[in-house]
Design a protein around this ligand. Structure first.
Ligand SMILES: C[S@@+](CC[C@H](N)C(=O)[O-])C[C@H]1O[C@@H](n2cnc3c(N)ncnc32)[C@H](O)[C@@H]1O
Length: 267
């Protein structure tokens, strides 16, 4: 696209990098016009483009899934370290609240690059999110995945008890009362992907509380839970993990220096 056309998009209100990305993505003028209108109306760029990078994968994203976040990429690093330390040759991974499949599929792909053939159960309560995760698995040729629709552990087959060497999760952890003060872009994402009930331990901690309390029986010996939580939920997460019987627990800092990733080892 000519620089004068890009300048025209910027004059209409797009940031220069967005004008460039949209014009590279949509070469048909009417498709570009629709995309520009959606973006100018406030829709996140990621949904308008329809795909977004996460680690080594380009993932389909739509309004049924959370837009994968950079801090969640850090969770994948922490999970890879845990798996390496466990020494399990063919790890079985559970991704709770998989959304687009970001965490679990990135793990499968990166482990495969290292010659490790992991298997993944990608679980979500939302059938529409699972459909997106399925598309992403297919697009990246990741076949050792099964998809389970379940509210946390309720629908998991009992035969999987004690079966996972790694459990990863980025569950909803925003308190309903916080939503209005946060980035308006969140209003475009599924509320069920973001908002969790408050508990006495912390606002928005309801889903984390369930996961941490119930996960242990699904974990093999020498396994780890690696779970993202909100900036003010670190103490609650550590306390919940100790109460659930984990003796080895740590909270990792994200790049901004906030404790955001709980690791609880079953050893
Ligand atoms: C914060 S999003 C994370 C999505 C993805 N893992 C990521 O990091 O981009 C949380 C996900 O949990 C799912 N979820 C919410 N409540 C759930 C429940 N009770 N059981 C299973 N999944 C649930 C949502 O549908 C959503 O896909």
């Amino acid at each position: 696209m000519a620089s004068t056309d890009l300048a025209a998009l910027v004059a209409r209100g797009l940031a220069p990098h967005e004008a460039r990305w949209l014009s590279e993505e949509f070469t048909d003028p009417s498709a570009l016009e629709t995309a520009v209108a959606r973006r100018l109306a406030g829709e996140p760029l990621q949904y308008v483009i329809g795909h977004w990078p996460f680690r080594s994968l380009d993932l389909v994203v739509d309004e049924n899934v959370l837009i994968p976040r950079p801090e969640t990429e850090e969770l994948v690093d922490v999970a890879l370290v845990e798996l390496a330390a466990s020494g399990v040759a063919a790890p079985r991974i559970l991704d709770l609240g998989c959304g687009s499949g970001a965490i679990g599929l990135a793990l499968l792909a990166e482990l495969e690059e290292r010659g490790i053939l992991a298997t993944l159960v990608a679980l979500d309560a939302s059938p529409a999110a699972l459909a997106v995760a399925r598309r992403n698995a297919l697009a990246h040729g990741l076949s050792r995945v099964s998809f389970v629709q379940s509210s946390w552990f309720d629908g998991l087959d009992a035969s999987l008890r004690a079966g996972f060497d790694l459990v990863v999760a980025n569950p909803p952890y925003v308190a309903a009362g916080e939503m209005e003060s946060l980035d308006p872009v969140l209003a475009y994402e599924p509320r069920a992907a973001l908002v969790a009930p408050d508990t006495a331990a912390a606002p928005g901690f309801g889903d984390l509380a369930v996961i941490i309390a119930e996960v242990r029986e699904w974990m093999s010996v020498s396994s780890a839970l690696v779970v993202e939580h909100g900036m003010h939920q670190g103490e609650a997460a550590l306390a919940a993990a100790r109460a659930a019987g984990f003796s080895e627990v740590e909270d990792h800092l994200d790049m901004a220096g906030h404790a955001r990733i709980l690791v609880a080892r079953r050893s």
